[in-house]
Design a protein around this ligand. Structure first.
Ligand SMILES: NC(=O)c1ccc[n+]([C@@H]2O[C@H](COP(=O)([O-])OP(=O)(O)OC[C@H]3O[C@@H](n4cnc5c(N)ncnc54)[C@H](OP(=O)(O)O)[C@@H]3O)[C@@H](O)[C@H]2O)c1
Length: 239
């Protein structure tokens, strides 16, 4: 049997207070899992818990190793770890600030690695890890070089970790454009135009919703024969 039901399993979603992570938490709960969501903002966590129902919450900043250590210290064991925090550094190579470059790499690469480091030994042998990356980098886009480097780095990191941590499975979901608060920095009318343009140029004719990505994450948690995979959830955007 290549699938293991999530019922009764402990799933920790880092970056679970919003967007894709919150949708993963909702689908894991619906599958009967025990879920912990973690992120920086206690307010966002409380709001998410209010929506999701029976979840444990914990404050963590994945760019701070002591904070990551403190998140996992009281957790005796977990079955699955999903790591969602992201930060984009968009802009021309001549303009993007060194601070923003470091923040992006720190959250997406260092933060994901530190989460794996402090959760890894507590994962049950049949457990798994899913890391979140984005399509930018798997297809080049101008003025997205830093985010691209981070996304492709996560893919490479995930495949190495799948060998290193085996039999624990490690997989990477590479998301296309998904309608989440990640894009709130763009003014609403510009954002609507950006979403509409992307939908028109995406083979399936729409942009993604957090639940689209969460469904693939849940599949990867459940299917015990998938490890080292990069799963593209982008409506065909890379074609
Ligand atoms: N949305 C897209 O179009 C898209 C496309 C490709 C890839 N992705 C990737 O998918 C992942 C999830 O993105 P999303 O769209 O769901 O974004 P989101 O709605 O902004 O959610 C990000 C989550 O990560 C948490 N977070 C951010 N920085 C953190 C940190 N330093 N430490 C701990 N938690 C942190 C946020 O909560 P707090 O603010 O409370 O910390 C929030 O829970 C990211 O890695 C993103 O790069 C998204």
């Amino acid at each position: 049997m290549s699938t293991k039901n999530l019922a009764g399993q402990h799933v920790v979603v880092v970056g679970g207070s919003s967007g894709i992570g919150k949708a993963v938490a909702a689908q894991a709960l619906a599958a009967g899992a025990r879920v912990t969501i973690a992120s920086r903002s206690a307010e966002k966590l409380a709001a998410a818990a209010g929506e999701l129902g029976d979840v444990a919450t914990a404050v963590v900043d994945v760019t701070d190793e002591e904070s990551v250590r403190a998140l996992f210290a009281p957790i005796e064991s977990l079955d699955h770890l999903v790591v969602c925090p992201g930060d984009m550094a968009n802009g021309s190579v001549y303009e993007v600030s060194a601070e923003s470059i470091r923040a992006c790499l720190d959250t997406k690469l260092v933060g994901q690695l530190l989460s794996v480091r402090h959760a890894g030994k507590k994962l049950t042998p049949e457990g798994s890890i899913v890391l979140l990356a984005g399509a930018g980098g798997y297809k080049p886009f101008a003025e997205l070089s830093v985010t691209a480097a981070a996304n492709v780095g996560i893919g490479a990191m995930g495949r190495s970790l799948a060998l290193e941590l085996a039999p624990i499975r490690v997989n990477v979901v590479v998301a296309g454009l998904i309608d989440t608060p990640l894009w709130d920095f763009i003014p609403e009318s510009d954002r609507a135009a950006f979403f509409e343009h992307t939908a028109k140029t995406t083979p399936v004719g729409r942009i993604g919703q957090p639940a689209d990505v969460a469904a693939s994450v849940i599949h990867l948690l459940e299917n015990t024969f998938v490890s080292g995979a990069l799963v593209h959830v982008d409506g065909g955007a890379l074609l």
